[in-house]
Design a protein around this ligand. Sequence first.
Ligand code: IPE
Ligand code: IPE
Ligand code: MG
Length: 248
Amino acid sequence: MSLKEKLDINNIPQHVAIIMDGNGRWAKQRQHDRTFGHESGVVSVKETVEAAAEIGIKYLTLYAFSTENWSRPKEEVDALMSLLVKTINQETKTLNKNNIRLQAIGDLKSLEKDTYTELQKAIENTASNNRMTLILALSYSSRWEITDAIQKIAKQIQNNSIKQEDINQDLMSSFLTTSNYPDPELLIRTSGEYRISNFLLWQIAYSELYFTPILWPDFRKENLFEAILDYQNRERRFGKISEQLLNF
Ligand code: IPE
Ligand code: IPE
Ligand code: MG
């Protein structure tokens, strides 16, 4: 039986988020420069998007570039941004063919004008697709996002659009860049690092975490299915005890 066949189709997470890590190390192992690792990682992105859509995941968020990644050498940042634009242009057709909608979260205004324009074009071109939503986290960090949300809330209080008493968890969620998506049930990180690196801190409060030593350019469909299978064997208690979960 294949891994895919082993999956319980009634227990597929709605939203899976992935920290795609290890491109640089993968390239180094092959005596190549880091850019080669990023380019090779695009194959893994395509495989993962396809696999996710196949098993009925509704939202897939990929951490592609963090606000902290701006501090990398300029050549690497430039290479990553051109790769992004190139891939988006090449893949818009396939996204449409597969009925997948593209979205992006992060400090998108900090992207270069060309990158931003191409990204918006692809978002508009795929806007009516409804099989799965692919969300790219670009120039994203959770602390940026939470700070930005607080700024916006403060402004609305100041101009009397909302009252201080209105602030609750739902309001807070509605001011985050992820306001239109459910929280991820599963967060995957590749490359054997056990950290979150400023990703979706609010949204992963109750997510299941899955870490794999696989470097991102080696990540294939089977690796996603493995992670989902592992997720399906977890008991999500949300603070309750086991016995309470059967009779809700
Ligand atoms: C992940 O791979 C891609 C980005 C962060 C853009 P890395 O580039 O972080 O690869 P490692 O972690 O150095 O191997
Ligand atoms: C996290 O990877 C960001 C992305 C995958 C885009 P990093 O490689 O930047 O994370 P750290 O620096 O190892 O924590
Ligand atoms: Mg890394």
